[in-house]
Ligand binder design. Structure first.
Ligand code: AVJ
Length: 328
């Protein structure tokens, strides 16, 4: 079902960019697939299962931060007296954001919630969920990739804005992508606008590895679903059991990387794309970066892109931070 007030950001549909990005990634010397395509219906529900495993501390920890510091957080959003647009990038199922939305609505009714997500289905589900749970909320979803948000005609540039980018989604970005993203956010903001970004922090490598290399096999299933998606959508013939899931963590860079490694020499046909790809024995396909940060790096990212840091909201253990920045 399509939402009547749903708007789209980009000219290309998700399926068109999936096609182009798949061919590019699998043709390159070091094969890769892009983690933003993990989230089809099956992938989104596997991700929800991941967030419920005890070892996947990220969601629970950020929830703790929002729950315990929601008064302070919402107060900082509404300082000043103009109405705001609350944009959320990569909103997913919005379960964490609800905490903020409910309280914000009690404090001020004149804000509009604009969830931006690559998945149209996720957006539709979110809208129907929120309209049941918080009927008085004004909500207008945007579907698409958030690079390109700045060119979108659907954002009111004259409105006071708060932008949420939670969940350590920023950890999926390479350094150049972070640069582009923060530059675009800065352009989108007016003086005084704020952004709240969730960063997963460096911690014991053992704890980090357990969250991404779980013994239930969920992260493995999450990665393999990307191949299954290519089978479903493009008639590819990936044999999922011919790939092994492997995770590495480098405590210096904070880079947690996920790979699928081909256990044998094999050829995969992607029928509807008219493509075939050869995998040699033990050839890796890079699937996802989930970067871990430290406070100094976060502050230098803020400053080098023109923002000032107002506050880092952190949990008891200092495992995660929601950093509040302002365009001065
Ligand atoms: C949703 C991107 C924050 O990187 O931790 C979970 C996705 N990947 N387990 C993350 C994910 C493997 C997740 N993000």
């Amino acid at each position: 079902m399509q939402n009547k007030n749903e708007y789209f950001i980009a000219e290309m549909t998700e399926i068109q960019s999936l096609e182009a990005d798949t061919i590019k990634g699998l043709s390159s010397t070091h094969k890769y697939l892009l983690s933003k395509y993990f989230y089809d219906d099956a992938g989104s529900s596997i991700f929800q299962e991941i967030t419920r495993m005890p070892e996947y501390y990220l969601t629970k920890t950020e929830q703790e931060i929002l729950e315990t510091q929601k008064e302070h957080i919402t107060d900082s959003f509404i300082s000043g007296d103009s109405a705001i647009d609350l944009l959320e990038l990569g909103s997913g199922d919005g379960s964490k954001t609800k905490i903020i939305l409910k309280l914000l609505l009690q404090k001020r009714s004149d804000f509009k919630y604009i969830p931006v997500d690559i998945s149209s289905k996720a957006n539709c589900d979110l809208v129907s969920e929120l309209s049941k749970d918080i009927p008085s909320l004004k909500i207008s979803p945007l579907t698409g990739d958030f690079f390109g948000l700045t060119d979108s005609g659907n954002i009111n540039r004259n409105k006071r804005k708060v932008i949420l980018f939670l969940g350590s989604n920023i950890g999926n970005f390479t350094e150049p992508e972070i640069d582009l993203f923060l530059t675009q956010l800065f352009d989108l903001c007016r003086k005084g606008d704020k952004i709240l970004i969730g960063f997963d922090l460096k911690k014991s490598p053992e704890i980090i590895m357990k969250a991404y290399d779980d013994h239930y096999g969920l992260t493995r299933k999450f990665n393999l679903n990307h191949l299954a998606r290519l089978n479903r959508e493009f008639g590819a013939d990936f044999n999922l059991s011919a790939f092994e899931h492997h995770t590495t963590y480098n405590p210096v860079s904070g880079y947690l990387k996920s790979f699928l490694v081909s256990k044998e020499q094999q050829t995969v046909n992607i029928t509807s794309l008219g493509q075939r790809f050869v995998f040699s024995r033990w050839e890796p396909v890079f699937m996802e970066l989930s970067r871990k940060f430290d406070i100094a790096t976060i502050e230098s990212l803020a400053f080098s892109h023109g923002f000032s840091v107002i506050k880092h909201f952190t949990d008891q253990k200092n495992w995660f931070t929601d950093s509040l920045w302002i365009k001065p």
